[in-house]
Design a protein. Sequence first.
Length: 82
Amino acid sequence: METFKEGTVSIAILDAKGLKCPQPTIQMTIKALKLKQGDVLEVIADCSTFENDVKNWCRRNKKTLLWINDEGNSIRRCQVQF
């Protein structure tokens, strides 16, 4: 996981390409333990169910899904705010 600061907000990058359900959201849960309120987790995944999975994960964990984009070739990228 790569992390960088943009102003006072940390943005962590999680590359979950190649992982199949439920692994991307499990990895998100593990990375979430290191993030603080206001931080952003950006996730890149190619799991066919990732869009629905991340929406459900955010709802269950009371996190804000800022956006999700289809990058082509079955790859989706999203940002979740903590």
